[in-house]
Design a protein around this ligand. Structure first.
Ligand SMILES: *Cc1c(COP(=O)(O)O)cnc(C)c1O
Length: 396
């Protein structure tokens, strides 16, 4: 064992622990539903991305079990060897239908998908205009491509236009791409896609929207691009199958030619084993459910609105969310962490999010209501919020 590694780990872990920044992970002792069991205690769960409650859906569980019986537990190979099962093909047709595009390609995760898709198209002679609050997987995907990364001030369309103009007029780059989250997960704000598309047209930018938090939520569940009616304008629609869809995986939806290219040039597709049959079958079932009915999406928004109204009435600062994501902005980092800890002791699981994930002084507890919560659960959470809020002097 290398001494240099021991020394590296010891120093860095000590520094993190000393600063109170080492994240201890709580194992959940059962399903990740609207309530969860942690440390033997049942808690109202406001921390998952399981927006529609599909992670524990009985019908989807059955579909996954049947697929395991038919195909086994693993796909057995990468997609290009013989890991492409007929259900992978069905899944991709279904995802294209869901997103209103010609075609789609599935990956093993949303994170993987950003690693795959950006670097398959962009290279060191290109530039990427990237919103400063984009998800870590977008940032890593951009870095992997070796394109010049140009940060754009968050949701600032003047800044985007200025930098798009500079980049295209400089003559330094072959291609320029604009990349944004569809819904930003820390504040719950929605990307200004109509204006971004106008700017993209003006400067012939490639457009890339990662709608991990928008799919299943915006546009009657079909996503943020559909919400704005821009299916024909956005080049890459990225989605995850791990959040509202409730399973695991990721995808790109777009034109047939784009998907054809990704199938021969995106490395996680070529060199990492395909999604498992059980996952694929459950995802197909989940998308079918969303195509058939708006009921779960409506319930999600109703619950989101209810929680927001309740917190606001109690006097909390809930920021500018336009989606069910409900931040409760506490301010000072230590206080936000203490708030979350007290919520948990009182029966509510909602995690604090602090600098550097969000700006200094805007430490918050983020609440993710889902379609699976009952009014009683949300009322219970609000009562705990009131108690802890008064106790810690966050509300009067
Ligand atoms: C969560 C998230 C991902 C990662 O998705 P996984 O399927 O969990 O790997 C990618 N992009 C964005 C914007 C996300 O919020």
């Amino acid at each position: 064992m290398a001494k240099i590694l021991d020394q590296f780990l010891e120093e860095n872990l000590q520094e993190l622990r000393g600063a109170g920044l080492y994240n201890e992970i709580d194992p959940v002792e059962g399903p990740n539903g609207p309530t969860i069991k942690v440390g033997g205690k049942d808690l109202v769960n406001l921390s998952s991305n399981n927006y529609l409650g599909l992670a524990t859906d009985e019908g989807l569980k059955k579909l996954a079990k049947d697929a395991v019986d038919k195909y086994g537990v693993g796909a057995g190979a990468v997609r290009t060897i013989n890991g492409t099962l007929d259900i992978h093909v069905r899944l991709e047709e279904k995802l294209a239908e869901f997103k209103g595009t010609e075609a789609a390609i599935a990956y093993q995760s949303g994170f993987n998908c950003n690693m795959a898709a950006i670097s398959a198209v962009m290279d060191k002679n290109d530039a990427i205009l990237s919103d400063e609050l984009n998800h870590a997987s977008i940032i890593d995907g951009c870095r992997l491509s070796r394109a010049k990364i140009i940060r754009v001030n968050h949701q600032n369309m003047d800044d985007l236009r200025k930098k798009a103009k500079e980049a295209t007029e400089s003559g330094q780059y072959n291609k320029v791409m604009y990349i944004t989250d569809g819904v930003f997960s820390m504040d719950g704000d929605v990307a200004n896609l109509p204006d971004a598309v106008q700017i993209a047209k003006e400067f012939d930018l490639i457009t890339y929207v990662d709608d991990a938090h928008g799919s299943g939520v915006m546009g009657r569940g079909k996503g943020t691009v559909k919400h704005f009616g821009l299916e024909k304008e956005i080049d890459f629609q990225i989605g995850t199958l791990s959040k509202a869809i409730g399973v695991v995986g990721g995808y790109v939806a777009g034109k047939q030619q784009l998907i054809d290219w990704l199938k021969v040039r995106s490395r996680p597709f070529l060199f990492s084993t395909a999604m498992t049959p059980g996952d694929v079958a459950a995802v197909i079932g989940a998308v079918d459910k969303l195509l058939a009915s708006d009921e779960l999406v409506d319930k999600l928004w109703e619950n989101g609105d209810y929680l927001k109204a309740g917190l606001k009435k109690l006097g909390f600062d809930i920021g500018n969310s336009e989606t069910p994501i409900t931040p409760c902005i506490i301010g000072e980092e230590k206080l936000a962490q203490q708030f979350s800890k007290r919520l948990m002791e009182e029966g509510v699981y909602a995690k604090s999010i602090v600098f550097p994930t969000v700006p200094k002084g805007t430490g918050r507890v983020r609440n993710m209501p889902t379609a699976a919560h009952t009014k009683e659960m949300l009322d219970e959470a609000l009562a705990v919020y009131e108690k802890v809020g008064k106790e810690l002097g966050v509300i009067g």
